[in-house]
Structures are given as structure tokens and as C-alpha cells.
Design a protein around this ligand. Structure first.
Ligand code: XMP
Length: 517
């Protein structure tokens, strides 16, 4: 059963803003999915999307290895919107011409709308300029047969194009970015005006259809759920519980990589506030001995992922032959682990996506794998989970292992735990904790010289990472007040033995990632 009776398909040609297109569409309560540009025509037909969006991308359509999708999509009678590279590809595949522009357009540009229907329905025309965001070196020179111009800019005589009687449209600018003031209206005109979608993708409808789907999938079988206490796994557990009730058992693993007092507080919280069956598994010794001497981040992630799965398989047998493992994989994990260009471009193996052993016995149940984090939080509210579970900052599956750069030892775990408590205490005290996406400490694999009292010291460096984000796909470093940073630094250096220097990470994502490993 496909729970999404209506969807927009986004074909990804590698643009940095492809995920933004998806977010903008879902904000309009229309479901959409991103797939690589080379997905085959039959699969697209089976999906029967209400519309297709061809994303932008870094290539030129004339590059030797330029990414191309099956031109058969233009014969499907499904509305198609090409954005930047997507519009140029549509142009060349249908017989038009694209050329390297004499003047490239990067940044803000003024758009003059010439046809106020289709993508520009309801907008002013003529001298009323609209600010849009451009980022292209090539431009559309000659339109394919049957196409006309619907908007121009100073350097793009064909800044927006449309077919005269087929639902094919293209824009040279990026409607998904906030600098394109009319961007939301353009996308709304596409999905509602041209594709005739209904705005029925709400978290209420998601819960209803997902519960039904889980019931069908699981039948009268048993499920175990990997519960970490974070929002993703808590919402997953609540959703699966709604579907299968007591046939769900949640497993909380203490892998020795958790924060101070975390296992106690998670167990207490779920026992007091929910009716979930919850088991705690003590596995610190085995995880830490597996990780002994390992510094490579990917090796750490894979070892931890495998360790988790082995425990879940064992627990599944104990629970009475559970066949399903539910886990809180989200859409960004899926997107970041599946690369357009093959395995070499995978950024990180998120442990619950990229690091699964091939011989795993359990079948996966990942009811949130199509959602962004803010959508998951909405589902949590819909399911009545307490706000303190929903608005907790994310904590990565591999835990402190990826916040200790280099080898993981019990001493280094002690240092990072103490530093982490201080960061969280000060963030909560200053009421910044819930205003930021994440705030945490990272232990670096270097030592620096310091002076304490009259003594020379040669000790560890802790980095503070704090970012603002909407869905972890992109993030900005937070401009924390200096006195708060000063207090955190002072406390760490004074209270955590073995640290004599604190630095603040001022990198954004991209090009950095949020976690350091
Ligand atoms: P990055 O470091 O990739 O992180 O920018 C994006 C978000 O994902 C969290 N994260 C993880 N979560 N398993 C998880 O469950 C993982 O392996 C993992 N790695 C990163 C990270 O904390 C941030 O919120």
C-alpha cells in the first residue's frame, strides 16, 4: 500500500538546495520524495507522481559526464518543473539550445514577469520587478519547439519558460531559496495550479496512515524498538506502540558511550511517563573493548552499528521471536547515506542506515524515514509525548564515541562527560538550550601548553560546538553571547581535570558537518 496517494517527485542532479525544494513543498502540506536523477522510467511510472521537479546541479548540460534523466519523462503527461540545470536539461533534451553565458549570474537578480499565468499566476507583470536568486554559468539561448518565454532578467532572456500546451515549465532562478521573494508563490503555483495537488500531507494523516501500514506489515508478529531516549526513537516507539500495543518491547542499550546519568534518567522517564515495555541492556564493557585502539571515525561507527544489531538480535530471540526491529531513521539520514555518485561520496555512515550488517536477521521498521526532524516533533506532539522528550537536543547514535577524536578510553570518556555536563548546565541556565539545534563538547586529540598557578601544564583541548538548524541538513554556528562562552570555558578549565584550553567552533554546515566525526 502506498500511503502517499499524491506525491511530487524531485529528481536530484546534485544541487546543494535539492533538500530545500523538498522542505518547501512539504511546508505546503504536499508530500514529495527526492530520488537520484538516473531512476528509471518504469519506476517513475509506478510511482505515478502528480508532478516532477528537476533540481539544479553543478554540471553543465554539455559536460562529458553531465547527469541526464530519461527523456521519456516528457512524454508521460505529468507536469514537470525544471529548476536551473533542470530547466537547461529540459531545454536541450527537447531540442533547444543552452550556451555558456557571457555574463554569469550569481546572487540576487530582478525578474520581469511577462506571462501572469502558470508559474506566475497572481503576480504583477511589466515593470514590477521581482527579486530572485540566480546561480548559473550557462543560460537557455534557444527554446525548444512549442515553448515560450514567461519571464526575463537582465542576463537571462529566457529566465522562465513554458510549453504552450503541455504542462512543462522551467525557471533559471531558484524558487526554493529564501532570497527569491516570490519563490513560495512559484512553487505553490506549480504544485496546486499546474499539478492540482491537494494539501493533505499533515502529521495527523501521517500518523493514521502509518499506524495502518505498520499493522498490515507486522500482522500479529512481535517488534522490538531501539530506544535511546532521543526524539526520533521515542516517537518511533510511540507510533509502533499505537499500532501493535504490547507486542512491542523497547530496548535501551547502555553502550558505555552515553552522557552522565543518561541511562538512569531515560529509564526513569519512560517508566514514569509512558506505558511502553522497556528493557535495559548493559553492554558498556563489550562496546568499549571492541573500540579499544580504534581512531578512524567510520570504523567506530560501523563497530557500534554492528554491536547494536547483535544485541537487538539477541534480545529479539529472548522476547519470543520478534521479527521486526523498529528504529528512528529520518529522511536526512537516508539522503546523506545514499549518494548520487556512488559510495565514494557518502558523507558519514549514520549508524542506523549505512552501517547495517548484511546478514542481519531482523526486518527493519523505519516509520519515520520519510520525515524531517521538525515533522517528527509534530508527530510526537500529535501522539501526546511530553514536550521534554520532543524538544530534547539530538544526540547521535554512536554517542560520545564520535565526540572523542582519536582513541576512546575510560579517562577520555570521563573528561568529555564532565565537559558536556557543564555545557548543558550553562545552556539551560541561560535559557539558550531550547533555542539552538545542538550544543555540546568535543575532546580533541591534541595537547597544548598552559600555565596553572606557577606550573606548566600540557593538557587536552575541548572544543564547544553549538549550531542553529532546522533539519540538520544545513547549519549555522550559533553566535553565543561572549559572557556565556566565557563562563563555559572558565568552568571547564577549572572543573575538568586534564583540560587546559577551550575553543569555540565557528564553522557552518556545509562545508563542515555538525559532529566532528
Ligand atoms: P552531521 O554531523 O552529519 O550530523 O552534520 C547531523 C545530525 O545527525 C546527528 N548524527 C547522528 N545521529 N546516528 C544518529 O542517530 C549517527 O551516526 C549520527 N551522526 C550524526 C548529529 O548529532 C546531528 O544532529
Amino acid at each position: 500500500m502506498d500511503i502517499h496517494s499524491e506525491k511530487i517527485l524531485i529528481l536530484d542532479f546534485g544541487s546543494q538546495t535539492t533538500q530545500l525544494i523538498a522542505r518547501r513543498i512539504r511546508e505546503q502540506k504536499v508530500y514529495c520524495e527526492i530520488h537520484p536523477f538516473h531512476i528509471d522510467l518504469d519506476t517513475i511510472k509506478k510511482m505515478s507522481p502528480k508532478g516532477i521537479i528537476l533540481s539544479g546541479g553543478p554540471s553543465s548540460v554539455y559536460d562529458k559526464d553531465a547527469p541526464v534523466s530519461d527523456p521519456g519523462i516528457f512524454e508521460l503527461d505529468i507536469p514537470i518543473l525544471g529548476i536551473c540545470y533542470g530547466a537547461q536539461l529540459m531545454t536541450t533534451q527537447l531540442g533547444g539550445r543552452v550556451e555558456r553565458a557571457e555574463k554569469r549570474e550569481f546572487g540576487k537578480a530582478d525578474l520581469e514577469v511577462q506571462v501572469t499565468s502558470g508559474l506566475f499566476a497572481g503576480m504583477e507583470t511589466g515593470d514590477a520587478w521581482h527579486q530572485v536568486w540566480m546561480s548559473h554559468g550557462d543560460r537557455i539561448e534557444e527554446l525548444p519547439e512549442g515553448f515560450g518565454v514567461s519571464a526575463i532578467s537582465a542576463h537571462s532572456p529566457n529566465a522562465a519558460i513554458r510549453h504552450n500546451n503541455k504542462p512543462l515549465v522551467g525557471v533559471q532562478f531558484h524558487p526554493e531559496v529564501s532570497h527569491t521573494i516570490i519563490g513560495t508563490d512559484v512553487l505553490r503555483n506549480f504544485i496546486f495550479g499546474i499539478c492540482n495537488c491537494d494539501p493533505n500531507w499533515t502529521m495527523h494523516s501521517f500518523v493514521e496512515s502509518t499506524v495502518k501500514l505498520i499493522k498490515e506489515q507486522v500482522g500479529d508478529g512481535k517488534v522490538i524498538c531501539a530506544l535511546s531516549g532521543g526524539v526520533d526513537s521515542s516517537v518511533t516507539a510511540a507510533l509502533v506502540h499505537k499500532a501493535v500495543g504490547d507486542r512491542l518491547t523497547c530496548i535501551f542499550v547502555d553502550n558505555g558511550l552515553l552522557r552522565t546519568q543518561e541511562s538512569g534518567s531515560v529509564m526513569r522517564f519512560f517508566k514514569e511517563k509512558t506505558s511502553l515495555n522497556l528493557i535495559q541492556v548493559e553492554a558498556a564493557d563489550s562496546f568499549l573493548s571492541e573500540l579499544d585502539g580504534i581512531s578512524d571515525p567510520e570504523k567506530k561507527r560501523k563497530l557500534i552499528g554492528y554491536g547494536f544489531i547483535r544485541i537487538f538480535e539477541e534480545e529479539a530471540r529472548k522476547v519470543g521471536d520478534a521479527k521486526y526491529l523498529a528504529q528512528g531513521t529520518l529522511y536526512p539520514d537516508v539522503i546523506e547515506s545514499v549518494s548520487l555518485k556512488g559510495p565514494s561520496a557518502v558523507i558519514k555512515s549514520h549508524h542506523n542506515v549505512g552501517g547495517l550488517p548484511e546478514d542481519m536477521e531482523l526486518k527493519l521498521l523505519e516509520p519515520l524515514r520519510e520525515l524531517f526532524k521538525d515533522e517528527v516533533r509534530e508527530v510526537g506532539l500529535e501522539l501526546g509525548l511530553p514536550e521534554e522528550a520532543i524538544y530534547r537536543q539530538p544526540f547521535p547514535g554512536p554517542g560520545l564515541a564520535i565526540r572523542i577524536l582519536g582513541e576512546i578510553t575510560r579517562d577520555r570518556l570521563d573528561i568529555i562527560r564532565q565537559a558536556d555536563v557543564i555545557v548543558l548546565e550553562e545552556m539551560k541556565r541561560s535559557e539558550m538550550y531550547y533555542n539552538v539545534w545542538q550544543s555540546f563538547a568535543v575532546l580533541l586529540p591534541i595537547q597544548t601548553v598552559g600555565v596553572m598557578g606557577d606550573e606548566r601544564t600540557y593538557e587536552n583541548v575541548v572544543a564547544i560546538r553549538c549550531v542553529d538548524s532546522k533539519d540538520a541538513m544545513t547549519a549555522d554556528w550559533t553566535k553565543l553571547p561572549y559572557d556565556l562562552l566565557g563562563k563555559i570555558s572558565n568552568r571547564i578549565i577549572n572543573e575538568v581535570r586534564g583540560v587546559n584550553r577551550v575553543v569555540y567552533d565557528i564553522s557552518s554546515k556545509p562545508p563542515s558537518t555538525i559532529e566532528w566525526e
